[in-house]
Ligand binder design. Structure first.
Ligand SMILES: *Cc1c(COP(=O)(O)O)cnc(C)c1O
Length: 434
């Protein structure tokens, strides 16, 4: 690492907003001696504050973002073999709960520039057996929800929003998580706010909210006249210790988001007009809250594409990830080989063949997205100096890797007079390599 500038990291105190407020509430929590949310008040306070912040009727805390998705799927209560449409580019925690509930994840393709599912790609997956649609607002940029909700309402299918990366993201002035039927959030270490591990579910539907509450609590009817364990469910509770930290984190959320939006704007402004480099494509009428900052790299212009640019930036101490996830979700072993319960492959044994067809040609947007995306870490505690550093290093790397300027050693480069207009909007010379 040659550069002295160290970027704040969301994996330790340099890039987290954990401090005196969290410590104080933790102290109070420990002094009560009550660390379970079934008896304490911190998790209840968190739920009230979270619901208020989002403007939604019901919010329940749970153990993780994965648990949140599991609660949502369980509340929808699919029959074994029912299909749930989801996205090929997401965290595995958004997917495995579908399989645990006996349903089949059906992968919709994504737009190659937003990396999000669209009404069009979802429509192509709808069948008689579709029970729900999960949309992931990837990196903090919302899906184009109006056409998605129109499609879902036409077919009477509930929409679960995975907002793990999209705290306070808005679409047409509405907070994501409140547009669909259920919203799911994660409080894992690297998310906008954190309790190390943790999750939230929100809904305006009282029955679904009740089912999610029960699912978090082994389906035990706390407070009912004749409580029982009503259905198959787990203990997905958040502890009071996490609740105390989360209550303090909630007071910082707005500031975290505003800072990320401002810093991302500044970076985008500084990166404008570079050949072969597309800054984040934000969904119209939206606020993207930048969990990460993604560049779309044109390998026809920039030597080595996203991988080449990523390697150059890592040399400068900028941790970044070409491809985000190394492969689409359906290429991971659990899905590819259907490794589930014993050797049964259940519930995939119930699946229509079309629902588990993962042929390359069905996912052009996914392949294109993963090939071009370079994910930069992003943090609310970046300073203007950090943004300047990022912008300078990216600009230098792009210019040194621009093909027309940097013929690879040992190759003879023939430049013809012809030029073509690239998808980035700029004109580039045609290069012929011998
Ligand atoms: C982080 C994440 C999850 C899983 O959350 P955990 O708290 O890690 O279980 C699910 N979906 C998306 C989109 C995520 O980013």
């Amino acid at each position: 690492m040659t550069n002295p500038i160290q970027l704040p990291s969301d994996q330790d105190s340099t890039g987290r907003t954990l401090g005196a407020e969290e410590l104080e509430l933790l102290r109070q929590c420990i002094e009560t001696g009550t660390l379970t949310s079934t008896k304490g008040n911190f998790v209840k306070t968190l739920e009230t504050e979270f619901a208020k912040k989002l403007g939604v009727k019901h919010a329940h805390a749970c153990a993780s973002g994965t648990a949140a998705i599991h609660c949502a799927i369980a509340a929808i209560n699919p029959e074994p073999g029912d299909e749930i449409i989801t996205t090929s580019i997401t965290d595995m925690g958004g997917l495995t709960p579908i399989i645990y509930q006996g349903a089949i994840p059906v992968f919709a393709d994504v737009g190659p520039e937003t990396y999000n599912v669209t009404a069009k790609t979802i429509a192509a997956c709808i069948s008689e057996r579709t029970k729900a649609i999960v949309v992931t607002h990837l990196f903090g940029n919302p899906c184009d929800m109006a056409p998605i909700m129109e499609l879902a309402q036409k077919h009477n299918i509930p929409v679960i929003e995975d907002c793990a990366q999209a705290f306070l993201t808005t679409y047409r002035d509405q907070m994501v998580g409140t547009i669909g039927t259920i919203g799911c959030f994660s409080l894992q270490q690297g998310k906008h706010i954190t309790t190390g591990e943790g999750g939230m579910v929100v809904s305006n539907d009282p029955e679904l909210a009740r089912r999610m509450y029960l699912y978090i609590n082994k389906a035990w009817g706390y407070g009912d006249a004749k409580p029982d364990h009503y259905f198959l469910a787990l203990n997905y509770r958040m502890s009071e210790l996490q609740g105390a930290v989360a209550v303090a984190q909630m007071t910082k959320l707005q500031g975290v988001v505003e800072s990320r939006v401002r810093l991302a704007d500044a970076l985008t402004t500084r990166l404008g007009g570079l050949p072969g480099l597309q800054t984040p494509v934000i969904t119209p009428e939206s606020v993207h809250t930048f969990w990460k900052y993604c560049l779309n790299v044109d390998a026809n212009v920039i030597e080595g594409g996203a991988v080449g640019l990523g390697a150059a930036l890592r040399e400068k101490g900028i941790a970044c990830a070409p491809r985000y996830i190394q492969k689409p979700a359906f290429r991971c072993q659990v899905l590819r080989d259907q490794v589930t319960f014993g050797t049964s492959r259940w519930p995939f044994t119930l699946a229509r063949p079309e629902a588990v067809d993962y042929s390359d040609e069905l996912f052009p947007g996914t392949w294109k997205a993963l090939q071009h995306v370079l994910v930069l870490p992003f943090n609310e505690r970046y300073t203007d100096e950090h943004i300047e550093f990022l912008a300078t290093e990216i600009r230098d790397a792009v210019l040194s890797l621009t093909r027309s300027q940097a013929p690879t050693a040992g190759w003879f480069v023939c430049m013809t007079q012809a030029r073509h207009r690239c998808e980035c909007g700029a004109e580039h010379p045609f290069l012929t390599l011998y």
